[in-house]
Design a binder for this molecule. Structure first.
Ligand code: KIV
Length: 283
């Protein structure tokens, strides 16, 4: 069994210092977590992307702390060596620090080793309160999907010089407040490189180019389970949707033709018991 990945071990993983890039993949249930863990990922993110790829919502705004706790508990029951990070849903860290702490505690008690929250400087008091309560926090800036309405859609961020500098300032402030890593989503690769060079905690990119300290992708995207959306930054390593539909079609055909189940796939009484019930050969 691989050694458990810890927050302090992640915090020092800067590529500039010779570290291997971090690998993070989302998972939302025990079998998914086992697959990601066996593949050797450093971190498993129980992302609020569960809303879109599992629960069928159009954005991430519908999931609650209870939803993420439910999926975090399933992931942690797989006992992965990867560090489990639970996403704090929209409105679970916006109202008060007391609320934020209680919500994060629910996710930690469900089995997470850290929480992730979206947003820059406006969220600093929440980050500081969590860190003070010994709850490790991963930041998330750039294209923050919980801001879909405020951004007017899922749009690449940091496209102007001023916006790029703003992201650098946000990353520095989050690192200073105690975040142990920062997700950079949907930003030009040069901006991601600037941000990565300006903080001493690792950046983990998604749609942020190669110059981050690690990369994260959504489980369903990597495996080709979800066919509806295919952002440019996704590389598919399998086509499980087609494979799954093929397998299910063969199952349906076998049921309809009577070839499933076979004798080997069925249970039988002993001859003696069958006989005592008046069931003779062939029944
Ligand atoms: O919810 C999620 O899957 C995420 C990643 C895309 C970073 O936040």
């Amino acid at each position: 069994m691989a050694m458990k990945c810890t927050v302090p071990a992640v915090r020092t993983r800067k590529v500039v210092d010779g570290a291997e890039p971090l690998v993070m993949v989302t998972a939302y249930d025990a079998p998914g977590a086992r697959m990601v863990d066996e593949a050797g990922a450093d971190l498993i993110l129980v992302g609020d992307s569960v809303a879109m790829v599992v629960l069928g919502y159009e954005n991430t705004l519908q999931v609650t702390v209870d939803d993420i706790a439910h999926h975090t508990a399933a992931v942690s029951r797989a006992r992965p060596s990867s560090l489990v990070v639970a996403d704090m849903p929209w409105m679970s860290f916006h109202v008060s620090t007391a609320d934020t702490l209680a919500n994060a505690a629910t996710l930690i008690r469900a089995g997470a080793g850290a929480v992730k929250l979206e947003g820059g400087r406006r969220r600093l008091p929440m980050v500081e309160a969590l860190v003070a309560a010994e709850i490790p926090v991963m930041g998330h800036i750039g294209l923050t999907p919980q801001s879909v309405n405020a951004m007017g859609g899922f749009r690449v961020q940091g496209r102007s010089a001023a916006a790029a500098l703003d992201l650098v300032a946000a990353a520095k402030a989050l690192a200073h407040a105690g975040c142990f890593a920062i997700v950079l989503e949907g930003v030009p690769d040069q901006v991601a490189a600037m941000v990565t060079g300006s903080v001493d905690v690792p950046t983990i990119g998604i749609g942020a180019g190669p110059d981050c300290d690690g990369q994260v992708l959504v489980f369903h995207d990597v495996l080709g389970i979800e066919q509806n959306i295919r952002p440019r930054f996704v590389r598919r390593y399998a086509d499980l949707h087609s494979e799954g539909v093929g397998a299910l079609t063969r199952f349906a055909d076998d049921v309809r033709s009577g070839s499933f189940p076979s004798a080997e796939e069925s249970y039988r009484l002993s001859d003696e018991d069958a006989e005592s019930l008046g069931l003779y050969g062939g029944v």
